[in-house]
Structures are given as structure tokens and as C-alpha cells.
Design a protein around this ligand. Sequence first.
Ligand SMILES: C[S@@+](CC[C@H](N)C(=O)[O-])C[C@H]1O[C@@H](n2cnc3c(N)ncnc32)[C@H](O)[C@@H]1O
Length: 131
Amino acid sequence: MDYLFKEMEEFAELNHVPIIKEAERKIFKDIIAKYKPKRILEIGTAIGYSALLMANCGEGIKIKTLELSTERAEIAQSFIDKSPYKDDIEIVIGDAGENLLSLDKEEIFDYCEPHTCDFNHELGEQNSQRI
Ligand SMILES: C[S@@+](CC[C@H](N)C(=O)[O-])C[C@H]1O[C@@H](n2cnc3c(N)ncnc32)[C@H](O)[C@@H]1O
């Protein structure tokens, strides 16, 4: 995965895509390693960097990640397809504010990583929580 993460970091820098900052990555990975969530909802996929970081933190982690931009979602999918986690990460394209309200009400997440805006209202309705 190191090679893929490096490729993604270079892509993000060249194309001015905001991804989780280097200084925050260890804390982020420590949170996932400590709480061991198995079903993660992420808001703001960008190119899939943080989704792959989370997937790479343990066994059997399933991630649903919401992204507004079709272009970014397609780039994210192409990176995810190069990883061992392509069956574990699902990208949902569209506005998270709308998609959060239409997620299956039976779908329970044990961790939510909101990277954009304030979706607390919708998250509350989805019975999701942030550690
Ligand atoms: C800071 S970036 C996410 C970085 C990513 N989580 C990472 O660290 O690799 C925020 C992303 O949220 C997306 N975004 C912004 N508004 C959104 C919305 N209403 N619904 C879904 N995604 C949105 C942007 O297109 C952008 O790609």
C-alpha cells in the first residue's frame, strides 16, 4: 500500500485535491486502531485517500464514502481498484446532505468521519455516531 499512498499523495498535490494532512494521519490511524470500527461512514471521499487509510487499519472494515464530485469519485474508484480493498469501499456519488437522508435506515455505522460541512442533523437521523 505504501506505493499507492505515495502515488495518491503526489496526485493530490499536483491537482490541488485536499486530502488528510500528513500531520493528522497518525492520529487518524490511531483512532481507527483503538476503536476498531467495522462499519464506517465517511463524508467527503475526494480521491479515496482517507478511505484507504481506514481500510488499511484492520481486517474486515467496510466503508461507505459519500462524494459530491463525479470526477473525484471516479478517480477515487480507480485508486481503490488498485488496492486490496476494492470490495470493502463503496462510493456513493451525490450530495451527502441528500444521500444521508436516503441511506437504508437499517444500516448502522459505528464510526463516521465527516470531512466536510456540518451534517450532524442528518447523521443523527441515521443513527450514526462519531467517536
Ligand atoms: C477535504 S476533502 C476530503 C478528503 C478525504 N476525506 C481525504 O482525506 O482523503 C472534502 C471532499 O468533500 C466533498 N464534498 C463537499 N461537499 C460535499 C457534499 N455536500 N456531499 C458530498 N461530498 C462533498 C468535496 O468534493 C471534497 O472532495
